[in-house]
Design a protein around this ligand. Structure first.
Ligand code: PLP
Length: 420
């Protein structure tokens, strides 16, 4: 209660802005995930790894725009690419452009795609990947997994789709990390067009799939002739060739988004030439795939510049090593407490599990002590860390190691105060 009272006191401008916002936006918000009780914080601006709130507080940004903010708020090469595009190219040309071709070529090289297409978001990438798989196989059903988040209208929080889930007809929902259930569900129908899975469930946050699970899912999909779609919208940053490279997977189609647009709205799906051919507009019978901003010049330029000049394979590996070390330091604090740290590389999940379990294989095992989790959020903010209430921490390039160490110290003190 005291923490909440301090929160209200420290953030009066945000409260006022929220009261204004509810007059034009339901709940004052246009991204549900960013709403927090008692009211959300309004940010004013960002620089590098920092964000400044309307209340005048500066935070180290641990929200990292849910992984899309990998480059931070003012990466010089990306800023230069955006300015150059605005001045010398224009915003959208109503045509195919060289920018589009060059980004596509780089993505094909980096992620071993034979062909790739762009969308406005990861949600759309998944939508088109699924529809493409249906056309390719001539089948209808799609196997997904409990706890999956594949986009705004593809959520499977329980063993059924969320109410706002697009009804593509026939979802089959299997248990995440349960090899036998996955095999049974994939092989139990002769109408499976696609199997769609994340290598780590971001919404968990950060429930990591086992190597065996992912390979068995891939193998089962192959066995029944379904298209194996790996959702790497979050995980593509975890290695130069994405999580599929770490795990030795060969998806038929991969969906992507987030940081690969350099911070601008972005999505992509790519993979096998024969599957992607269902979208080849030279074929009169091809599926149409449109979207005014699919190839918007800013996203193409910023995405290409980021991946080719900033997030090079060496930087990627160093950065993820730093993330692993950070996670290990936090994990070391956790024995004997409710805190559990999950994740891989630079994407971490912080949980405060009621039963104190230290491993989480599925969404169902994730029963948080919500009060403690909320207190953690309030107190980390007071310490100058902008952390997502869900507990996902995607790191931003250029965040000083000292700042990561200061976070570890603050977490240690938090645990000493509240868990001893
Ligand atoms: N798939 C995964 C695994 C995601 O984490 C997200 C977004 O968080 C999406 C898809 C949807 O991407 P977007 O928000 O760009 O629509």
């Amino acid at each position: 209660k005291a923490a909440k009272a301090r929160f209200v006191e420290r953030n009066e401008n945000s409260l006022r802005l929220h009261e204004e916002a509810v007059k034009s936006l339901p709940g004052g918000n246009t991204r549900s995930l960013l709403h927090n009780a008692p009211f959300p914080i309004f940010m004013n601006s960002g620089k590098g790894h920092l964000v400044l709130s309307e209340d005048g507080h500066t935070y180290t940004d641990f929200v990292g725009e849910l992984t899309a903010g990998l480059y931070g708020h003012s990466q010089p090469a990306i800023q230069a690419a955006l300015v150059d595009t605005i001045h010398n190219i224009g915003l959208n040309l109503g045509s195919t452009t060289r920018l589009e071709e060059q980004h596509a070529r780089l993505l094909c090289e980096r992620f071993h795609f034979e062909r790739v297409r762009f969308t406005n978001s990861g949600t759309e990438a998944n939508l088109h990947a699924i529809q493409g798989a249906r056309r390719f196989t001539g089948k209808r059903r799609v196997v997904v997994f409990t706890g999956a988040y594949h986009g705004a209208c593809f959520m499977f929080p329980e063993d059924r789709p969320a109410e706002n889930c697009v009804d593509l007809g026939e979802w089959i929902i299997a248990e995440y990390n349960d090899v036998e259930d996955a095999k049974r569900k994939i092989q139990g129908s002769d109408d499976v067009a696609a199997v769609l899975v994340e290598g780590m469930q971001g919404a968990g946050p950060c429930i990591v799939a086992t190597h065996e699970f992912l390979h068995q899912v891939q193998e089962s999909a192959r066995k029944v002739g379904a298209v194996f779609i790996l959702d790497e919208v979050m995980t593509s940053r975890l290695a130069p060739g994405g999580l599929q490279e770490l795990e030795g997977l060969k998806p038929d189609v991969t969906t992507m988004g987030k940081y690969l647009g350099g911070g601008i709205t972005f999505g992509a799906f790519g993979g096998r030439e024969d599957v992607m051919r269902v979208y080849d507009p030279r074929d009169a019978k091809a599926l149409a795939h449109s979207g005014t901003f699919n190839n918007n010049t800013l996203g193409m330029a910023a995405g290409y510049t980021g991946l080719s000049q900033v997030y090079t394979p060496d930087v990627n590996q160093e950065f993820n090593k730093m993330g692993d070390e950070f996670r290990e330091k936090l994990q070391k604090l956790s024995p004997g407490t409710k805190m559990t740290i999950t994740g891989r590389g630079t994407i971490l999940g912080i949980h405060f599990l009621k039963d104190g379990r230290k491993e989480i294989a599925s969404f169902r095992e994730r029963k948080n002590d919500e009060e403690l989790k909320e207190l953690f959020w309030f107190e980390m903010m007071e310490n100058g860390f902008w952390v997502h209430r869900r507990g996902i921490i995607p790191l931003i390039l250029g965040t000083p190691v000292e700042e990561l160490n200061r976070f570890v110290k603050c977490v240690k003190e938090f645990l000493e105060r509240h868990e001893s």
